[in-house]
Design a protein around this ligand. Structure first.
Ligand SMILES: Cc1ncc(COP(=O)(O)O)c(C=O)c1O
Length: 415
């Protein structure tokens, strides 16, 4: 193959692609797939516990009885049956929605991308948590949003600071296009938004006529504590757009998610989706719908959540035992992730190279969850995909790399 000059295509790219960077997580997938590496990086659901026989039965049923339909294009908004099943899933979180207000998407990720595509003009302010879901950053940056990241603490996003930011913007004659939040078992921070703050957000949206985007892939994966109502269910002024997904409750391989929104917005999202990919996968929808007919989907969710619970406990115990006392971390009550903070002088992107190279352990550096260089001394540790004994070994190895770097720093400082 001939070598191609790397600059050859530079003049062709749109300006907005300048900020697009591959996520460290995606780059890592090749490395972390190596069997000798313990990966605490990927937010991979425990699909190995999905009953193979169920999938075999369901797919066989479709192939024998609805083959032509399964292989055909379908409606942009998804099949009625899919939407009814989605409404059932949401009812499990005490959130009642009309199936007509649902648009089926290609994963939850497409929901995020449609929000960016439909709402953001270059330079428009939006508000997100700091840190935010690293996978949302390229969508928002790609449409050239001015991303304002409001810090979160153990109770989720600081709503007092959200209010202050909104007031500041309004004084400048601007308004955020939306406030994007992940209220349950946040990716990457692991924390959940308190009831008080959910109500404050809803109130702020009502007062200032703002849009909230509630991204909730993990809400059903609670293994501890009391469930909290969705922000969508607390709002009675049509200010909340809800994003959901089957990825964490059935399978990310299905690539099926959804948006719930007031009718006028939904029509715009539908047009955006037509432009993006015409329609969600018919085959995947039929698999999900058949699965809902033949099995109690909650059983699988309960089983995997019990697995995540044990794995979280294993990770917390290992952190307690091996991590230096200068480190701190969040304690999630569900979901996949723990967010750890190290001494400020450590850079977790540098640390990752050492961790993979020297100790064969991977994690996600914190930097990708911010747009302004924050998060350098933070890391996301996913316990979802690794058995307990490997979690302990992984944290032990990681702690060794961290302690070595801390010792090196102290030696250089002459301490
Ligand atoms: C907060 C958040 N939103 C959206 C997604 C995208 O999920 P999907 O696999 O449904 O595209 C993820 C995936 O990890 C996520 O963590």
């Amino acid at each position: 193959m001939t070598r191609i000059d790397l600059d050859k295509y530079d003049g062709f790219y749109a300006e907005r692609t300048g900020c697009l960077r591959s996520s460290v997580m995606r780059d890592l997938m090749a490395v972390t797939a190596r069997p000798e590496v313990i990966s605490l990086a990927g937010g991979l659901p425990a699909t190995s516990s999905f009953p193979e026989k169920t999938l075999a039965r369901v797919t066989h049923e479709i192939a024998m009885n609805s083959c032509a339909e399964a292989l055909q294009y379908g409606p942009t908004e998804g099949f009625d049956e899919t939407k009814k099943n989605i409404a059932r899933v949401m009812a499990e979180e005490d959130t009642l929605v009309d199936p007509d207000n649902i648009l089926v998407t290609t994963g939850g990720q497409q929901g995020i991308d449609l929000m960016a595509r439909i709402f953001i003009n270059p330079g428009d302010p939006i508000i997100t948590e700091g840190p935010t879901y690293p996978g949302a950053v390229p969508s928002f940056c790609g449409f050239q949003a001015d991303i304002i990241q409001v810090p979160l603490d153990g109770d989720g996003i600081r709503t007092d600071q959200v209010r202050a930011e909104v007031e500041r913007l309004m004084k400048e004659g601007k308004k955020p296009k939306f406030i994007y939040v992940i209220p349950n078992f946040h990716n990457p921070a692991g924390v959940s938004l308190s009831m008080e703050r959910r109500l404050e957000l809803v109130e702020l949206a009502r007062e200032r006529q703002l849009l909230i985007i509630e991204d909730n892939p993990y809400g059903q994966l609670r293994f501890e504590g009391e469930s909290l109502p969705t922000i969508y269910s607390l709002d009675d002024d049509n200010n909340v757009i809800y994003l959901g997904t089957f990825s964490k409750i059935i399978s990310p391989g299905m690539r099926l998610g959804w948006i719930v929104a007031p009718t006028p917005l939904l029509q715009k999202f539908n047009l955006g989706k037509q432009a993006a990919d015409l329609c969600p996968s018919t085959l995947a929808q039929m698999v999900v719908n058949e699965y809902f007919r033949e099995a109690r989907w909650q059983d699988y969710v309960e089983r995997t959540t019990a697995i995540y619970h044990k794995r979280r406990d294993a990770m917390l115990a290992a952190l307690e035992e091996y991590f230096p006392e200068e480190a701190s971390w969040t304690v999630p009550q569900g979901g996949f992730y723990i967010w750890a903070t190290l001494p400020e002088y450590l850079d977790t992107t540098d640390l990752l190279a050492l961790a993979v190279e020297e100790e064969k352990v991977a994690f996600v550096p914190g930097e990708g969850a911010y747009v302004d260089g924050r998060g350098k001394n933070q890391m996301r540790l996913a316990y979802c995909a690794v058995p307990e004994d490997r979690i302990e070994e992984g944290i032990k190895r990681l702690a060794k790399v961290i302690r070595n770097q801390m010792a090196l720093y102290r030696a250089l400082k002459g301490e």
